[in-house]
Design a protein around this ligand. Structure first.
Ligand code: OGA
Ligand code: NI
Length: 378
């Protein structure tokens, strides 16, 4: 069994209010024990959000609330040429992927080859999981992150100062796929189909990213970037007081790359030059972002950019994030800045680490507004 430090009753988390009678740990535990998540609160008809969800306004991590007024936006890249094998188009796409990964850390892709039907079905499958009979859903509620299917609300509930207005599930699908009976029947088949599609597309993206770094197309896959894949299904219920909380606190992703499918609601923002910029929903598109480990192995050439999701009165909002990483699985692989990218003028900026070490650090820290990557800097 692997759990994160649930009993970490640190000072910072108990002093977010001036009311001395407020025992945050007790309220967190009571919420956790309902096993019904944020959706359970909304279903009970609340009109005010419980105070554990209030985001502390005296803290550095959520005060950069300025929203950018620039018209610049996250690049949208058409992958048509890659799928058709057009050489000149492929070169152009590699250039755009490289530029986007260096300056934005994010881009959206269209014509990626995944049928609309699959995108619709996975969103329906995720929604179906959360909207099924709560007694059935509760069976999957756990904080043991080594289980094949982990449903809970806020993986970092007991360690982070901010509780988010979101329920999530996680399932590792590679290298060891779950047994069908470990997955909820309501989304089982589509989870398998979607994972297969994500693995295929992820390998194509890793080829483009390898070439953008000036490496052989299969370099990133060959060192293990496509070895592990896990899928997160997020559910953001409508929130009666969205200005008091967050859907997802500011963070960067703890993987190589993330392929995100968001529905039509919106609310995803990225931090660009200290201003928040919307990543608008684009029908049929996927949002791709560079994770911390790719920033580390590219020695800061590609950027793992911080992002967040606003809470909203609209909802539920559904998103499905595919994370390329073996997460906490014990492997012998060690990752550090790629030797071919280093020179006298570009010495390594990070120490070597394993994905297990990186992820245990990340999970135990939670989404507290700080970057895990800084901990691995030389
Ligand atoms: C994530 C994430 C964004 C979203 O899962 O890391 O940033 O839109 N998700 O749900
Ligand atoms: Ni993220």
């Amino acid at each position: 069994m692997v759990t994160t430090s649930a009993d970490n009753n640190n000072e910072a988390t108990t002093q977010t209010t001036s009311n001395p009678k407020y025992d945050r740990q007790i309220e967190l535990k009571a919420f956790d024990e309902t096993k019904a998540g944020v959706k359970g609160l909304v279903d009970s008809g609340i009109t005010e959000i419980p105070r554990i969800f209030h985001r502390p306004n005296d803290h550095h991590y959520e005060d950069s609330s300025q929203v950018s007024s620039t018209t610049a936006s996250v690049p949208v890249i058409d992958l048509q040429g890659v799928v058709n094998g057009d050489k000149a188009k492929r070169e152009e796409i590699i250039k755009r992927v490289g530029e986007a990964s260096e300056s934005w850390g994010f881009f959206q892709i269209i014509n990626h080859g995944i049928p609309d039907r699959v995108l619709e079905e996975i969103k329906d499958g995720v929604r179906g999981f959360y909207e099924q009979d709560v007694e059935v859903k509760k069976e999957y509620y756990t904080r043991d992150i080594s289980k094949p299917f982990v449903y809970n609300s806020n993986f970092d509930l007991y360690v982070s100062p901010c509780v988010n207005w979101r329920d999530s599930f996680m399932s590792s699908v590679a290298p060891d796929p779950p047994s069908p009976q470990d997955l909820p029947p309501v989304c089982r088949d589509i989870l398998f189909e979607y994972s297969k599609q994500m693995m295929k597309l992820g390998i194509v993206l890793l080829e483009l990213l390898s070439e953008a770094l000036g490496l052989d197309p299969n370099h990133l896959s060959s060192i293990g970037c496509a070895e592990g894949l896990y899928i997160l299904g997020h559910y953001y219920p409508p929130c009666p007081q969205p200005e008091l909380t967050m859907g997802t606190t500011k963070h960067s992703d703890n993987d190589f790359i993330t392929l995100l499918l968001q529905d039509h609601i919106g609310g995803l923002q990225i931090l660009n030059h200290n201003k928040w910029i919307d990543v608008p929903p684009l029908p049929g598109a996927l949002v791709i972002n560079i994770g911390d480990i790719l920033q580390l192995i590219s020695n800061d050439r590609f950027k793992s950019v911080e992002h967040r999701v606003l809470a909203s009165k609209k909802g539920p909002r559904i998103s499905v994030a595919s994370f390329f990483s073996t997460r906490i699985l014990q492997t012998s692989k060690i990752f550090g800045p790629i030797k071919e990218l280093l020179s006298e003028n570009n010495p390594p900026k990070y120490r070597e680490t394993t994905l297990t070490e990186y992820n245990m650090f990340f999970f135990n820290k939670g989404l507290d507004g700080t970057k895990a990557l800084d901990h691995f800097k030389l």
